[in-house]
Design a protein around this ligand. Structure first.
Ligand SMILES: [Zn+2]
Length: 335
């Protein structure tokens, strides 16, 4: 993703018919940082209304993060990209009712033909009441903000910027398989979100743009939730500005759930404006918010787009906070 506005940076298918239709990514921060205060992890929910919500396991999600980074950088046309695509596809096929690969190409820099794939996993396909959950699975082919200038042209590992959102969604996929939700859920992993050079906005969001352009006319999810950079050990998620403009009610829904559950990582303040995969979705009328902690790890330190974006700077606890909130949002939706 691209941050285009910096505010106060302190804390801050449906029906079977639709299955037959193909449902057809964000440009997604080095230095020593202070050790974080451990964030509050809530006790397991006990109220009647939340007992039917399965427990999201942050450690399992973190293992999904590690698995992705084990392939190395996953930038388009790389070995890690090919291997990770196979892993993600197989993993989602274990859990979802239907998995479709939306393959497309894009002419990249120096006329390189990029082979890109969005992965669409469909749960409870017969339900016409649907929610879209998404993240980008590709990683950046360069480290623009790396302190060591000689390494800026090397692809990044993308533990947070790439793997974290996908990790949460893979764990949610396993929950959806074990305990089918009342509504339909589509998990979409976008490719090519983080390809472009800084400033070349046309070469970002390649997967989400393709998805939006090829969306079946009768695929109308209630809303979408995009997860990007949600693994930061020092997780603080303000309300992203485009989300506030396009989908304020969805922000309220998600932040309200976080508040009820006691997850203080979700801040009641407005953050940056970020160009990310939620924009092409909002442009075609799918109200989508971007859950993102751009200040990785904090406003004065940057692991973003550096070789410091590694698993050691992410945590299972952060993934569990975000995963638990999204799981509660999904399981409390009624058809
Ligand atoms: Zn990025």
């Amino acid at each position: 993703m691209i941050c285009t506005w910096r505010g106060t940076q302190t804390s801050s298918m449906h029906a079977v018919v639709l299955i037959c239709l193909i449902l057809s990514s964000m440009v997604g921060c080095t230095g020593e940082k202070p050790q974080p205060e451990p964030r509050h992890s809530p006790e397991p929910p006990t109220s009647v209304t939340t007992q039917s919500v399965p427990r999201f396991d942050g450690n399992r999600a973190f293992n999904y993060l590690l698995k992705q980074t084990s392939f190395g950088p996953r930038n388009p046309n790389s070995k890690g990209h090919r291997e990770c695509l196979e892993f993600l596809t197989n993993e989602l096929r274990r859990h979802a009712d239907e998995v479709r690969l939306q393959e497309f190409t894009h002419t990249g820099y120096e006329n390189e033909k990029l082979h890109l794939t969005n992965i669409v996993a469909v749960f409870n396909p017969r339900s016409s009441s649907r929610v879209l959950l998404c993240a980008h699975w590709d990683t950046r082919p360069r480290a623009d903000h790396e302190e060591n200038k000689t390494r800026r042209n090397e692809p990044i590992l993308g533990a947070n910027d790439g793997a974290s959102g996908v990790a949460v969604l893979l764990e949610i996929a396993s929950l959806l398989n074990n305990q089918p939700p009342a509504i339909g859920v589509d998990i979409v992993l976008f490719d090519g979100e983080d390809y472009g050079f800084e400033g070349d906005h046309e070469r970002y969001l390649l997967g989400s743009r393709f998805f939006a352009k090829n969306k079946p006319i009768d695929y109308i999810p209630r809303f979408g939730i995009l997860l990007d950079m949600v693994g930061d050990k020092f997780l603080e998620i303000p309300k992203e500005r485009h989300s506030l403009k396009f989908a304020p009610d969805i922000l309220d829904l998600v932040w309200g759930k976080a508040s009820t559950l006691g997850f203080t990582q979700f801040l009641d303040e407005v953050g940056e404006e970020v160009i990310d995969d939620h924009l092409p979705l909002n442009e075609i009328g799918i109200k989508t918010i971007d859950v993102i902690d751009f200040n990785y790890p904090d406003p004065t330190h940057r692991y973003w787009h550096t070789h410091q974006d590694i698993p050691e700077h992410c945590s299972a606890e952060s993934l569990e906070a975000v995963g638990t909130v999204v799981t509660h949002v999904v399981y409390t939706q009624t058809p």
